[in-house]
Design a protein around this ligand. Sequence first.
Ligand code: C2E
Ligand code: MG
Ligand code: MG
Ligand code: MG
Length: 279
Amino acid sequence: KQASLNNIAYTQHSQQETDLISRRYSLMGELRHTIRERKLSVMLQPKVSLSSGKVVGFESLARWQRDDGSFVPPDEFIAIAEAAGLIIKLDCLIFEKTMEALKTLVDTGYQVPVAFNASSFDLLHPDYFDFISSCLTSFGLPVELLELEVTETQAISDYERIQQCLQRFVALGIKISIDDFGTGYSSLAHISNITAHCIKIDRSFVSKLETDKNSEHVINMILTLGEKFNFSIVAEGIETEYQKQWLSRAGCDIGQGYLFARPMPISDLVPWLVTYNKR
Ligand code: C2E
Ligand code: MG
Ligand code: MG
Ligand code: MG
């Protein structure tokens, strides 16, 4: 029998796969509309010093609530935005909202750093840097209070070019954090040269601390890297007192997670800080 395209059957998708594809497709259109209407919002989650308990910063996280009231998880809509070429607009919009949050803090007398998440597509986009720096100028906020988070996987994906982009942000005075660290494939050569002030230990290692000895080894290794190469270390996803105590004893500087606070809307920031500082 002769090979021919006509003889090849179409890929069969299960009903579940078909549903997923059509959900993605409809979310893509809806997201484009939502961004145009500026209807995404941000929630902020505190980062806390594990030794003193003091709040040392916040991370801004994008939120999308659909018209029917349901929330689309960020992992899902960020991936869709990246695939659809919408991520640059999404992240610029989220950055403006993050600046509003920072302004609220600074205007109330809280000089706390705020971090925002950037995708590698943003960093490599010709307009991103100019947008961020002109937005900074128009808000008139201290640049030292800003931190850019990029995942290890994306930072490594196009290492040389991403490094060059990150250096422009550093020159502006913005700090860099490598997010979800431990889940990517950085070589030691890359780590020793990476443009970053901070490394964030991925939640998956923290959440397995009670049950898996290997997580302890990985975290200890990351803490040693931090010490040798002068990165501050943040542990993500701390949910239990045990995890907090273990990390603190191991020498981890900073923690973030539900144990301290869930991400909260801008309007809750100052009231939360007032209550937290009185505890
Ligand atoms: P990420 O930057 O690593 O953010 C941390 C995620 O962990 C957030 O999920 C946060 O809500 C969650 N988290 C914090 N503490 C805990 C905890 O104690 N337990 C558990 N189970 N989870 C915790 P979220 O908000 O769903 O965001 C998921 C990811 O989506 C983020 O991971 C980030 O990579 C991406 N993302 C969020 N907002 C943005 C954005 O504005 N732009 C871009 N490019 N990516 C974003
Ligand atoms: Mg992050
Ligand atoms: Mg992370
Ligand atoms: Mg993540």
